[in-house]
Write a protein that binds this ligand. Structure first.
Ligand code: ATP
Ligand code: MG
Length: 362
């Protein structure tokens, strides 16, 4: 049997856990006997009343395993009914739906992104020409010396806002255009360090330690010094930068940004975890779609670009967050062999200047 099976008594105390169930839950039967089945899952398990006509209930429940994996199980609960003895307890059979649910969500998001992307790219392109005319005309107007102060202020507002609009459109057109990636085997630790060094010296947090400091501390938690993967280094630094920039902007009163890198069997996991404002479920659902922004002056393209680059790397990105509880963005890349990096002629390229699409705003 590849599915999990648990039996309990009527009080929910576990009496049996099959080996497949043990593997799915990452638990051993001997540790589980007698504990309440409810403790294994995040959601309430269905209860079948003895008096009820229903003998079976299906549902989905979440679970965090002892090793920290978040899983979703499809669960069927039935009464353990023995003739002449009556109801003795419950039988729970379950299967792991985590990958299926993740894929479904990914497909839904890709569909939405491609439809939104095509339409918006068309609009952006159309806006560009009239915008250039507006900017050009205003430039001529601003050179008229007879303007009074109020008129000059108005002209300056039009100039500033059309520049801003132009920047948003340029960002977006870069986002929506097909990109060429240059993949090579690089050390993720070096790429992370390049980005974090830049961040430490960036006006976003460079006031660190001074009187007007926002007091943001950066914590590096790497379990290895070498983490090779087949990536486009410049693009990946853009991903790291966009995630760091968001984390810093989510902590206007200061806080801690922890960047960790850990090796798993086949992959490298990189986490950007902040102690900032966090996000509600509504925003989280659409977080990687363009123009979802709650940051002041934000365009809402940073994470759409991140998502696009991560997809091109056939890597994974996930996020967990709650309002007031901070946020964690988690990336996962397939490992590559260190030997492959040594054969790359320009594996140790000098660091590039980081910019989000058309340029970072600081
Ligand atoms: N670490 C975070 N903590 C809290 N909210 C976040 C975090 N990262 C992203 N967000 C939310 O997601 C929104 C989208 O982020 P995204 O980077 O795509 O756009 P932006 O930062 O608003 O603008 P841009 O990056 O284009 O300048 C943000 O406006 C913010 O509301
Ligand atoms: Mg951003």
């Amino acid at each position: 049997m590849s599915g999990g099976l648990i039996t309990t008594d009527l009080q929910g105390r576990i009496t049996l856990l099959n080996p497949a169930g043990g593997r799915l839950l990452e638990r051993r039967l001997q540790d589980m006997i007698g504990t309440n089945v409810q403790e294994l899952f995040l959601d309430r398990l269905p209860v079948i009343e003895a008096s009820s006509a229903r003998t079976e209930i299906r549902c989905e429940v979440g679970c965090v395993t002892p090793r920290g994996a978040q899983k979703i199980f499809g669960m069927k609960a039935t009464l353990l009914r023995v003739p002449e003895q009556g109801d003795l307890g419950y039988i729970y059979t379950f299967a792991d739906l985590t990958d299926i649910r993740r894929l479904e969500q990914e497909i839904r998001m890709r569909d939405r992104l491609s439809a939104v992307g095509r339409m918006a790219a068309g609009i952006a392109h159309e806006i560009r020409n009239p915008l250039s005319s507006i900017a050009g005309s205003v430039k001529v107007l601003s050179s008229i010396s007879a303007l009074n102060d109020e008129q000059r202020t108005l002209v300056q507002i039009v100039t500033r806002e059309s520049e801003r609009l132009n920047r948003i459109i340029s960002d977006f057109l870069i986002y929506s255009r097909e990109k060429n990636y240059k993949f090579r085997v690089l050390n993720l630790v070096s790429l992370l360090n390049d980005t974090l060094t830049l961040l430490e010296n960036h006006p976003l947090i460079a006031s660190l330690g001074k009187s007007d400091s926002k007091n943001i501390s950066l914590v590096r938690q790497y379990t290895t010094a070498d983490a090779f993967a087949m990536v486009d280094g410049d693009r990946l630094k853009q991903v790291f930068w966009n995630l760091c920039e968001n984390a810093v902007r989510a902590m206007p009163e200061g806080g801690v940004l922890t960047v960790s890198l850990t090796g798993k069997e086949q992959t490298w996991a990189i986490c950007f975890s902040d102690t900032g404002s966090g996000m509600d479920a509504q925003l989280l659902e659409k977080i990687f779609e363009p123009f979802q922004s709650r940051f002041e002056g934000g365009t809402g393209l940073g994470l759409a670009i991140v998502y696009q680059i991560v997809q091109a790397h056939e890597a994974q990105i996930s996020v967990s967050s709650a309002p007031g509880k901070g946020s964690e963005f988690r990336l996962e890349f397939s490992r590559a062999a260190r030997e492959d990096a040594l054969h790359e002629p320009d594996a140790e390229k000098p660091p590039v200047v980081l910019a989000k699409a058309g340029g970072t705003r600081g």
